[in-house]
Design a protein around this ligand. Sequence first.
Ligand code: PRP
Ligand code: ZN
Length: 297
Amino acid sequence: MKTRDRLRIAMQKSGRLTEPALELLTRCGLTFRQSRDKLFCFGEGEPVDLLLVRDDDIPGLIAQGVCDLGIVGRNVLSEFQLTAGCELAPLSELRPLGFGRCRLSIAVPQELDYHGPQQLEGRRIATSYPGLLGEWLRTHAVDAGVVMLAGSVEIAPKLGTADAICDLVQSGGTLVANQLREAEVLLESEAVLAGSLTLPVDERGDMLELLLKRLDGVIQVRESRLLLLQTSRHTLEAVTRLLPGGPQPTLLSVAGQPDQLMLQALCAGEVSWRQLEEIKKAGAREMYVLPVEKMLV
Ligand code: PRP
Ligand code: ZN
């Protein structure tokens, strides 16, 4: 195969992951010129291009080396890993991305009084995920029939072609609309960055490393807050003890006030009013909670 010098990322052409995936890449400083056929998007600033495809095709494109990376649901990636032939390059989940959360679950008719996996023995379960369902059935020593369907899995029980289903659940609306209810959760899923286990050792590899660093920064920033406050030296310990997680705070002296310190701390998540009030009670004042825009560590 002809070697590429530009990194190529596969992502869903149109669907639940498309918008947040594009936003994430934009935050990483990547911009794209959309081509006429909208399948291939040329990257303008960095040597990174996009391929817009069906989500189920993404793992295969990476495994074949057509793309280096993919943004895809963990459900699709795991199913591929379980069902793809071993002659293909193994894939790995490089980063969880924190959006597109859903779960792969077994759902049964609402009127069924479900009380455990053994109740599925001898039943037919409709799914688009034969690999993940098969693995779960083996783990629970349940012998059930797997009815493979590419879509509209949720209507199978009503049509009489299956007794239960194994499908993605996000809000649960689809289940309710089809008089089904969740019985077992097989996999907690979200969008992930997928890549080959063997990364290229050339300019593409360097770009990939850079992209992963930016991505880590963007993901960390999304949750981070910078906390600024003043405290006197003798209340410092009490104040520090109350700081919500994160690395060691930075201390600066305050000009003309030898007893005072300015403290700066990166917090891993929200800082609530309740937390601020507690920290204040311990001796802090002049407190500010700031959002973080970019981070490079
Ligand atoms: C998934 C899944 C369900 C629905 C669940 O389909 O197959 O039909 O979402 O979501 P809910 O719990 O919020 O109702 P999706 O919309 O991704 O389309 P697809 O079946 O074509 O993949
Ligand atoms: Zn889909």
